[in-house]
Design a protein. Structure first.
Length: 521
């Protein structure tokens, strides 16, 4: 039985035309006028657009791919593939213990991954989800496997051992290497260590993906200089994760990369606020590197807390991205402690006032009670307008990435709104992109960059990862105040030729797979 998408406007990066799309198995077999038979499954796409499925180039659904709610939230935005393993911390290689400890409030637990390497992680995705997942080898996880909790510079032998893990991961199908240089343990890795790990990535044709060092915004040049040095040492292509700063800063730094001969792309989402672990900006990295029991003991001890107040929090106050106003800039999104559930959606400042304590004590109390399993939405000093974001999104090196975090009662709206918001703001409202340009940014470019095989086009022999979009309706409903709103305007989604969302309802088949890196020949 064929599946036929009938009467829609077919849009890919090459243009738009009214046509039917015929599918047989997991591939597209015809685009044009198709006469269905009685045995065919026909989806009426009249008045709607048929697009290649979107690729979320920066996702944190690593441990949540079997969760129906997470799958639905992504499919309703048109996302059919995610790139996991971001920010230097995830489940493979190893048994996933470090990610489950340190990054539990970001990636969640993985219910099926039993440990091993990239091959085992990707294998655990096969047939277990409605979504596809590619994987970037997380450099922090690699460091953890070889160096443990050490904050010291890696030895030559340790670098060699780490590079061997990366080489194996690339052979197993990883798309590249990711770093998270504001997180633990990535913050302790110097540029020479990162270059050593990037070398096998470059040799395999993969991509060095960097959450840059230094907090972005006004410090972006520090991260770009390090990326330039790593690219020069290895010859690697690079990708800058969630590149958010004022438009003139982003565009100027991209020019720096181009002038240095670096082959670079980046992702950026259509929001100005960020989201991260609560502990990341508020605890010293050397402390965060310790076992959770030890960290909880330290921050719960009055004498140690007094020392942090005296010696560490002045540094928090001096961070360019936060400053002394940080209690009013941090909104509690997830606190894994029932006694603090009342704080969800409140700033640290307001929660502290309600509890009758100061902001430092409230933040440390929350971290203690939750055993560090807390994340937060982070405001920025300059809330950039849509017109400024449009300057960034118009850059040909941009691709769509949500940085979506689904853990939390009051999460950042980007997890449920990013891709629908791109279509609403960038296509329908501001005309920053045409529809074919939207396909380029959200599907074709990331599929090519990360070697996701025959995805990102609507043509015979290409994989039938397809979405059906109502161009007049598609949009986001999640907001900072009400972040759980579902995207609208995408009710039919096909993955590998199988309808996984039909008429807005999840279907029972699970055709998603772990995507092994594969160049289109």
């Amino acid at each position: 039985m064929r599946t036929i998408l009938q009467g829609g406007t077919v849009v890919d990066r090459d243009g738009a035309r009214v046509a039917d799309v015929s599918l047989d198995g997991k591939t597209i077999v015809a685009v044009g006028a198709v006469i269905p038979s009685e045995a065919d499954h026909v989806i009426d796409c009249s008045g709607r657009y048929v697009l290649p499925g979107f690729v979320d180039a920066h996702s944190h659904a690593d441990g949540l791919l079997t969760d129906d709610g997470v799958q639905r939230a992504l499919l309703k935005q048109g996302v059919t593939t995610i790139v996991a393993g971001q920010d230097g911390v995830s489940f493979a290689p190893g048994d996933g213990a470090y990610s489950s400890e340190y990054f539990a409030a970001i990636n969640g637990p993985h219910p099926s991954y039993a440990g091993g390497g990239v091959a085992e992680y990707l294998g655990a995705v096969d047939g277990a989800s409605r979504l596809n997942a590619a994987y970037a080898i997380p450099a922090g996880t690699v460091r953890w496997e070889i160096c443990g909790r050490s904050t010291a510079t890696a030895s030559d032998a340790e670098r060699d051992a780490m590079a061997a893990l990366v080489e194996r991961g690339m052979r197993d199908g990883a798309v590249g290497l990711s770093t998270g240089l504001d997180y633990v343990p990535g913050i302790f890795a110097d540029a020479d260590e990162i270059a050593a790990l990037t070398m096998p990535v470059a040799e395999a044709g993969g991509v060095y993906i960097s959450h840059m060092r230094g907090g972005y915004e006004a410090n972006s040049s520090e991260g770009i200089d390090e990326i330039t040095a790593i690219a020069a040492a290895t010859g690697a292509r690079v990708h800058v994760s969630h590149f958010h700063a004022e438009a003139h800063v982003v565009l100027a730094q991209l020019d720096v990369l181009e002038a240095a001969g670096v082959d670079a792309t980046f992702d950026a989402y259509p929001y100005t606020r960020g989201c991260t672990l609560l502990a990341m900006p508020l605890l010293p990295p050397e402390l965060s590197a310790q076992p959770v029991d030890d960290v909880v003991r330290v921050i719960g001890d009055p004498a140690e807390r007094a020392r942090l107040r005296r010696d560490w929090f002045p540094e928090v106050d001096s961070k360019p991205s936060l400053g002394p106003e940080w209690p009013s800039m941090i909104t509690l999104a997830h606190v894994a402690a029932p006694e603090y559930a009342w704080t969800h959606g409140m700033t640290v400042q307001d929660a502290a006032a309600a509890a009758g304590v100061d902001a430092i004590d409230l933040a440390l109390d929350v971290l203690t009670a939750s055993r560090l399993q807390a994340n937060a939405v982070m405001a920025v000093r300059y809330d950039r307008p849509v017109s400024e974001l449009a300057q960034i999104f118009a850059h040909p090196g941009h691709m769509g990435g949500s940085d979506g975090i689904f853990i939390g009662a009051h999460p950042h709206p980007r997890a449920r709104g990013t891709f629908a918001r791109y279509l609403r703001e960038c296509v329908r409202e501001t005309q920053t992109w045409t529809w074919p340009e939207a396909v380029s940014h959200l599907s074709a470019v990331p599929a090519e960059r990360f070697a996701l095989g025959r995805r990102g086009r609507i043509a015979p022999s290409w994989i039938a990862d397809l979405i059906v979009v109502d161009p007049d309706v598609v949009g986001d409903s999640a907001t900072y105040e009400h972040p759980l709103g579902e995207a609208v305007g995408i009710d039919d989604v096909i993955v590998a030729g199988v309808p996984v969302l039909a008429g807005g309802e999840l279907q029972q088949l699970l055709p998603g797979r772990g995507i092994r890196r594969s160049e289109v020949r």
